[in-house]
Write a protein that binds this ligand. Structure first.
Ligand code: FAD
Ligand code: SIN
Length: 523
């Protein structure tokens, strides 16, 4: 039976952004958080490296701002960057209040560094930063009686009336039912879209659902061409999506070719500490030039006890696969990691659609420009979640009746005997994106990708109209929409800048249009 639920605020996603948003909302508001998997599942839980914040007296806000602008190839919005950087120490305090215990050296934070940072400013919990954040935030949220949690509930589409958002249609995966979650304010916190690529560091949740839903509802989607590839994911047949943190390089690890030769110095004077677009492109170039399956990351020159204490998760996971990182090099390859573009928002996380907000990786707040600097993502999640909550808390309490919406109509669809179509198209999209829209691009490959993705979208739409919903089908519809937006954005940017590198326009334009905006032409 189709149901209707009503809340003041609906939060779609229970990652660091969604949970922090819920914590910061006033307790007089009724709040629903929905998550399409278990509540802890999502990129946030797997974050290893840490969170950037100026916490050392030798560091300062201007330096963090300059590094962020430079790493983003001057495309970032300086007002948003300044806001994020200045709020960073408070974000660390908010986490500590929720119970997160950062690693310390004596009285001081054990700060480390990563590519692009000119100072030690990454606070971390060993290499389990995300796990600690998520378990503590979730425990904190569970204490609040005004918040209701719905796991295994996947949002299908936003509920729109008179160009305003009033919640979402939500599919309960365990009961196979669609309900209307009607709300006064809706916050999209669905994470990124790196699953559009065949190889990714991300968990299965990152299918771009929030971006596709927002696009269909008429939001502006900004700069989706900037898909970030992390240089070092574990290369092993049994390691699905396992990251080898950039903080290993921050602690001195070296990248080498199979014959042991270092190579990063040939590409950038910062060598291993160059921003990750440069490191990923260098590895890609070496692998393609020489036909290598992978390159290697070597930390084995460090003391074994120190390695195990500093990187317990990575040590343990590698050992389970037969790689002893205290004594051996780690085989690594680049993989899709982060979506820099997203739903365009202002400094209060408001999208271009009324009553609809976006926070976390799904949003484009303008802080990352053409390339995100390491450990600025969790920071963005926390700072803009708080700004969003503050805006909603101060927006006055509405008492008018909420509009009504038709129940989801499943009377005209049938059960599919051809689910293989869904799995085939999933795989085809991810292969197209990996081969044609990857680290190095060209017009020819982008156009070929666009033609086939347009056909796939028609096939998916026909299937969607005809057959009973499944979560795979909901995600497939979003995956193809998001992939198409990435390709269209890439075709629109006629230069190479940061994460968007194309053989047809190898130069960076002197003054580039800040934003490639994609908008649903039917809205
Ligand atoms: P997520 O944490 O991905 O959460 C998304 C939520 O949305 C999930 O609850 C999911 O179930 C839900 N969802 C999605 N679609 C739907 C739908 N249709 N309906 C209902 N629910 C839905 N960044 C850093 O700053 N520092 C790091 O050290 C770091 N390390 C990383 C390591 C790894 C392996 C990865 C993958 C990323 C890392 N990042 C790091 C990036 C950072 O972790 C993410 O950008 C950030 O956690 C995103 O948080 P989020 O809340 O926006 O989304
Ligand atoms: C990492 O630990 O390498 C990931 C850091 C990030 O994505 O910011």
């Amino acid at each position: 039976m189709s149901k209707t639920e009503q809340f003041d605020v609906l939060i779609i996603g229970s990652g660091a952004a969604g949970l922090m948003g819920a914590i910061q909302l006033s307790e007089d508001l009724s709040i629903a958080i929905i998550a399409k998997d278990q509540l802890l599942e999502g990129s946030s839980y797997y974050a290893q490296g840490g969170i950037s914040a100026v916490l050392d007296s030798a560091d300062n806000f201007n330096s963090h701002i300059e590094d962020t602008v430079k790493t983003g190839f001057d495309l970032g919005n300086e007002q948003s960057i300044r806001f994020m950087v200045e709020q960073a120490p408070n974000a660390i305090k908010d986490l500590e209040k929720a119970g997160v215990e950062f690693s310390h050296q004596g009285e001081e934070y054990d700060l480390t560094t990563e590519g692009g940072h000119s100072a030690k400013r990454i606070a971390h919990v060993a290499d389990k930063t995300g796990q600690s954040i998520q378990t503590n935030l979730l425990a904190y949220v569970r204490q609040k009686s005004n918040i209701t949690l719905f796991e295994h509930h996947i949002a299908i589409d936003l509920l729109m009336k008179d160009k305003q958002c009033f919640g979402a249609y939500v599919y309960d995966k365990q009961n196979n039912q669609v309900s209307s979650f009607i709300s006064r304010k809706t916050i999209i916190a669905t994470g990124g879209a790196s699953k559009v690529y065949l190889y990714t560091s991300n968990p299965d949740t990152s299918t771009g659902d929030g971006i596709a839903m927002a696009y269909r509802a008429g939001c502006k989607i900004i700069n989706m061409e900037f898909a970030q590839f992390h240089p070092t994911c574990l290369f092993h047949p049994h390691a699905k999506s396992f990251l080898i943190s950039e903080t290993l390089r921050g602690e001195g690890a070296k990248l080498t070719l199979p014959n042991g030769e270092p190579f990063m110095h040939k590409y950038d004077e910062r060598a291993e500490m160059a921003p990750r677009d440069i490191v990923a492109r260098a590895i890609d170039h070496e692998m393609k030039t020489h036909g290598f399956d992978c390159v290697y990351l070597d930390l084995s020159f460090k003391d074994s006890h120190w390695i195990v204490g500093r990187f317990p998760t990575i040590t343990e996971r590698c050992l389970a696969l037969g790689i002893d990182i205290c004594n051996e090099r780690i085989p690594v390859v680049p993989a899709a990691h982060y979506t820099c573009g997203g739903v365009g928002t202002d400094i209060n996380a408001q999208s271009s659609v009324k009553n609809l907000y976006a926070i976390g990786e799904v949003a484009h707040t303008g802080v990352h420009g053409a390339n995100r600097m390491a450990s600025n993502s969790l920071l963005e999640c926390l700072v803009f979640a708080k700004a969003c909550a503050k805006h909603i808390n101060n927006s006055g309490r509405q008492t008018a009746d909420l509009p009504t919406f038709d129940h989801w109509d499943a009377s005209r669809v049938e059960h599919s005997q051809e689910k293989v179509v869904v799995s085939h198209l999933w795989h085809e999209i991810r292969r197209i994106m990996w081969n044609f829209v990857g680290i190095v691009r060209s017009n020819r490959r982008l156009q070929a990708a666009h033609i086939r993705l347009t056909q796939i979208q028609t096939e998916v739409d026909e299937y969607y109209q005809r057959y009973v919903l499944t979560d795979d089908l909901i995600e497939l519809r979003n995956l193809v929409q998001t992939a198409k937006i990435i390709v269209e954005s890439a075709l629109s940017r006629k230069e190479s800048r940061g994460l968007h590198f194309t053989l047809d326009y190898p130069e960076q334009l002197e003054s580039a249009d800040n934003s490639v905006i994609t908008k649903n032409p039917n809205k």
